[in-house]
Design a protein around this ligand. Structure first.
Ligand code: SAH
Length: 363
């Protein structure tokens, strides 16, 4: 048993006062508590942190996204002013690589108004440094970004941080998994509470009849984000690219996971000191996109996407001027990004476009 973090103590007193806490509220506390939330107080990336993301592995990732964004901008008619929005930009590496890759595309830099959706004050400082050559605006909510001009949106490993809630079948009925206080030893434990009919109505037919004990995750916060994003894209014209780990088809299972110093750990250990995420249900996102009237591309595997936008050609070009060690590094980065045993298979890429004649690349 690990010692309780300050955030664990706060969550326990919330439960003592208010009753059981759903897993979505728990994720919000663990990641976003203003003082003790995981993203709010530290830089989580890299060897000394808890996890590494694709843009931190290699510049090639951001360069490919940059080429994709420039192509998407052309396909929406190369508007002279557009919003280039990144959701959850981490250290700012991806946006810096996108802008570097697109600097030779005539008119792109002049047209791009860079906006970042970021809740963490620590990461905002790092983004400021990474993008010091550019005019950047920061936002806490999607609503404050949205203006009536075309928009291109990029979100890498952002959706997995938006909270999910968990339903579980017990006694033939769906219940919600919640956190309770085990008063005997003052521990947090996962228990069941009655589920609201609205959440239960989100369960697809093929899962509703699954066996006793089945867990199904719903993500009202993600769904709302997706709906607002797609609705806006439809209205103002534009495109979005969502990259994340998850499943293409809707399925049952508990995917809530915690990472602490590059190791998986129990979600109730190191609360506020471990990253907590859940797999993205791309099937659910796709349904929302279709309902919003935008065109949907994918999801395809990250390997498929990166290869079809030309990562092998880029790697070969970088190899040309590289020494032996750099050659090895490029090779191993390419492997990590695209091999199906690494990020290439688990990570999925989905695109949406406002109009059917905008044919997005990479799918
Ligand atoms: N895209 C980056 C970082 C991924 S980590 C990369 O690939 O390296 C998740 C990012 O989303 C962090 O920047 C985190 O602070 C931000 N984030 C998570 N939840 C958020 C929310 N609800 N609102 C705004 N930003 C959020």
């Amino acid at each position: 048993m690990t010692a309780a973090t300050q955030l664990e103590v706060i969550i326990k007193s919330w439960i003592a006062a208010n009753g059981p806490m759903d897993m979505g509220a728990f994720m919000n506390y663990a990641l976003g508590h203003p003082e003790h939330g995981y993203y709010m107080k530290q830089d989580p990336f890299g060897a000394s942190g808890d996890f590494t993301t694709a843009p931190e592995i290699s510049q090639m990732f951001g360069e490919m996204i940059g080429a994709w964004a420039a192509d998407a901008w052309h396909k929406i008619g190369a508007p002279p002013g557009f919003i280039l929005l990144e959701c959850g930009p981490g250290r700012g590496t991806l946006m810096a690589d996108i802008l570097r890759a697109a600097r030779h595309v005539p008119g792109f830099h002049e047209a791009a108004q860079i906006h970042l959706l970021e809740m963490s004050p620590v990461l905002r400082e790092l983004q400021k440094t990474a993008l010091s050559a550019f005019k950047v605006e920061w936002h806490e909510t999607l609503a404050s970004v949205l203006q009536d001009i075309p928009i291109i949106i990029i979100a890498n490993e952002f959706m997995d941080a938006l909270p999910i809630r968990q339903l579980q079948k017990h006694g033939g009925q769906w219940h919600e998994r919640v956190l309770r206080l085990d008063l005997e030893n003052n521990n947090l434990v996962i228990g069941l509470a009655p589920a609201s009919p609205a959440l239960v109505s989100d369960i697809p037919h093929q899962i509703a009849n699954e066996a006793e004990g089945t867990i199904f995750e719903v993500a009202p916060a993600r769904a709302a984000f997706m709906m607002n994003m797609c609705g806006h894209i439809k209205k103002s014209s534009g495109a979005a690219l969502i990259i994340d780990y998850g499943h293409a088809r809707r399925g049952a299972g508990d995917t809530l996971q915690a990472l602490y110093k590059h190791q998986f750990t129990d979600v109730l250990s190191y609360i506020g000191d471990a990253d907590i995420t859940a797999h993205v249900d791309f099937g659910a996102l796709s349904n929302i996109a279709v309902k919003s009237g935008v065109s949907v591309y994918g999801p395809v595997s990250q390997a498929h996407f990166l290869k079809s936008v030309g990562i092998d050609i880029r790697a070969a070009a970088l190899q040309k001027n590289a020494d032996m060690k750099q050659k090895k590094d490029i090779e191993s980065a390419l492997h990590r990004l695209t091999d199906s045993s690494q990020m290439g298979g688990l990570f999925k890429v989905m695109g949406v476009a406002s109009h059917a004649d905008i044919k997005l690349s990479g799918f």
